[in-house]
Ligand binder design. Sequence first.
Ligand code: PLP
Ligand code: SF4
Length: 342
Amino acid sequence: MIARTQHPVEGESLQNQLPSWQEELSRAIRQPRELLEALQLPAELLDGMNQGDQLFPLRVPYPYLSRIEPGNPQDPLLLQVLPSLQETRQVPGYLTDPLQEQQAIAHPGVLHKYHGRVLLIVSGACAINCRYCFRRHFPYDDNNLSTQEWEQALAYLAQDSSIDEVILSGGDPLAVNDKRLLWLINRLEAIPHLQRLRIHTRLPIVIPQRITPELLQGLQQSRLQKVMVVHVNHAQELDTPVRQALKQVQEAGVTLLNQAVLLRNVNDDTDTLTKLSKQLFSAGVLPYYLHLLDPVQGAAHFDVPHAEAVALVKGLLELLPGYLVPKLVREDPGHPSKSPLL
Ligand SMILES: *Cc1c(COP(=O)(O)O)cnc(C)c1O
Ligand code: SF4
């Protein structure tokens, strides 16, 4: 062991030197002024930042911050996290609960909307606050399930043999610690009709140290087929530590997919989306969904109209192999699936 610490093998060296994911969570930037200074942004942004911050707090961990170009107020990663005055605008049709998810809740923490798969809200917390997120209006942070509620959720899965896939979601399901997560995965494995375990998470992108040896081991050992759906909107989010983390996940026998949100000024052109698909694939990730923005209050300035989105994806079809073109979808309340738009 001592020899290994002195001469760390390739791949381990980086992880050992970095702060843990919990440390990164706790030292994340939460003050608009701090973000301004860290990125040498113009001081006149501060007033708008403060107003946006009051509606949905700023939260940016350092590993993500390090991929933002200093001094560039238009950086596509910055725009995803920068609170702004535009969020205070009321726009007709933009709602606080655009997906009307309350109706699909079977038990606390259990969303059963689609045939065969059930979504569990494992944690309401996220490592980062994305300005366009529908989650911005929920007091998710204090919404974790009690042990009794977990037992009820598991009982719900066990009594319905038409369910063969469980989706761990949130917030971000990887915001809970490995012990809790592996406990849950263990309990799911004991339900015979479950075949697939899917994890919807942005955490490995935001803080790649979240991919711990314990988590990898737990996933590798599971009898379930594993899918991880990450959330990357721009190729610049994929730096070397993120690529290394994704590679480890893949080596643990997990299929990697990506969902992105089509966002004005972030990824709303064929060049950016083409590059995203290619860079994802080079990191072992297949593009899965490209979502139209949910019409959530405070996010209207990110909207790309339906017709423009369709034209963009048609452009992608002409430039990329079919497997690198994400499905353009929108979520319509009450529908039995996501709605394909092409
Ligand atoms: C999006 C979603 C799913 C997953 O749908 P897929 O098309 O299988 O990716 C499942 N349950 C809920 C509640 C969802 O919102
Ligand atoms: S749920 Fe996803 S999109 Fe929303 S804030 Fe969390 S990481 Fe960002």
